[in-house]
Design a binder for this molecule. Structure first.
Ligand SMILES: [Zn+2]
Length: 414
């Protein structure tokens, strides 16, 4: 249990995205009241008050599509830049020999970076590896999940390629994975591979999250996924869906209608797919993005993740949800509110987590950013943030800037 000062019952001084100044009352990990600033009863114990002057108070972000087992491996691998298949080849050569300790160290480091950015829930895909000891990644992430249990929610999806036997995938579930997923579009027989994962998820009654159609012009498996899981009550998601963004409108809209009927969650991963797709298009390079606008307009469950960070699939990025939101604005043409929803409420909804944010009844998973407005927060992604999970302050970042050559020095905390 954190010190009492880090488990506030009253937040004051913050503004909401609509500009209103508010007092936010918290009890038992829930937001119980949001009142006009200065009107909430102040607790007698001053350590129960958290002053967030100058901060914008938002829902904590969630990442519905991460790869913590791969995170921050770029420097060790030094892979060539390239497309998805090149990245897979570089990753496999490294993964065949990596140790569980290596995975734990990188995943733990990255998860804490995500936390300080404001992400209190992560769904991470974790490779079921080839060869002996295929569960090194799963064991590592189960360990990291336990280490961070008090500060964030981590959900593990066992990710397997078509050369990993079904029985091995099922041992990953036995070892603590919450769900399964694959990349059927990359298999020689995409629909047979898709059916394999649909059958595992049905038999084990677990989450199904497929890497789906991560290509500008290859196979389309999204419609088959929608058809096979129609009527399911268990959680089903499709990540990437890049091909959906390049289909002719009539075919695209038909698939989107099937997605909406089946209630599949669609998870866009802009930073990775802007990097991985389009290498062979010398001019008018297409954007590797799903049909975000049409999915939202059709009422699909829609979210976005940061996906890969500093690994062969994406050398750059911070795995910061505000970075993902920025890319949804500039590359997918969502507005700022839609983009932030995709990395907060939308992400939690796709992950089947209860709503969070500065709203009565919601989970007290909150992100306070030193900014005046949501557009400023997404544009500048200020490092100064306070992160709250289940009502406890779990991360606090502050920066200071000086201009020592100017007299007098206009010191600023921004
Ligand atoms: Zn992925």
């Amino acid at each position: 249990m954190p010190p009492s000062g880090e488990r506030p019952t009253l937040i004051r001084g913050a503004r909401l995205a609509d500009g209103s100044a508010v007092d936010v009352s918290i009890a038992d990990g829930l937001v119980v009241d949001v009142a006009t600033a200065g009107t909430a009863p102040v607790p007698t114990d001053s350590s129960s008050v958290l002053d967030l002057d100058g901060h914008l108070l938002l829902a904590a972000t969630a990442d519905p599509h991460a790869h913590l087992d791969k995170a921050r491996s770029w420097d060790a691998i030094t892979p060539p830049m390239g497309d998805l298949r090149a990245a897979i080849a570089s990753w496999r050569a490294y993964a065949d020999h990596m140790s569980t300790d290596d995975i734990v160290a990188r995943a733990h480091d990255q998860a804490l970076r995500n936390l300080r950015h404001g992400t209190t829930a992560i769904r991470t895909h974790v490779d079921v590896l080839r060869g002996p000891q295929p569960l090194r990644g799963i064991h590592a992430l189960v360990e990291v999940r336990d280490m961070l249990r008090d500060v964030m929610d981590i959900e593990i999806i066992a990710l397997a390629s078509d050369d990993v036997p079904t029985a091995v995938i099922e041992t990953a579930l036995d070892a603590g994975a919450d769900g399964v997923g694959g990349a059927a579009h990359l298999a020689p027989e995409p629909l047979t591979e898709l059916d394999r994962f649909v059958e595992i998820a049905a038999r084990r009654d677990c989450v199904l999250d497929m890497h789906t159609d991560e290509s500008l012009d290859e196979a389309v498996t999204l419609g088959a996924l929608a058809e096979r899981t129609h009527g399911w009550t268990r959680n089903v998601s499709a990540g990437h869906c890049v091909r959906l963004g390049t289909l002719e409108p009539a075919h695209r809209d038909e698939l989107i209608a099937a997605v909406v009927r089946s209630r599949i969650g669609i998870i866009a991963n802009p930073i990775t797919n802007l990097y991985l797709q389009g290498w062979n298009h010398e001019v008018a390079t297409p954007r590797g993005l799903t049909a975000a606008r049409q999915l939202l307009d059709a009422g699909a469950r829609f979210a976005a993740g940061a996906d890969n960070v500093r690994d062969p699939f994406n050398p750059l990025g911070r795995s910061d949800a505000l970075e993902t939101a920025m890319l949804l604005v500039v590359a997918a043409h969502l507005d700022v509110e839609e983009a932030f929803t995709a990395v907060s409420h939308g992400a939690r909804e796709v992950m089947a987590l209860p709503p969070a944010g500065p709203t009565p009844g919601a989970a007290a998973d909150l992100l306070a950013v030193k900014a005046h407005s949501l557009i400023e927060a997404v544009a500048e992604a200020p490092a100064d943030r306070v992160v709250i999970h289940h009502g406890s302050v779990v991360s606090r970042s502050t920066t200071s800037v000086t201009y020592p050559s100017l007299t007098p020095s206009p010191e600023t905390a921004r």
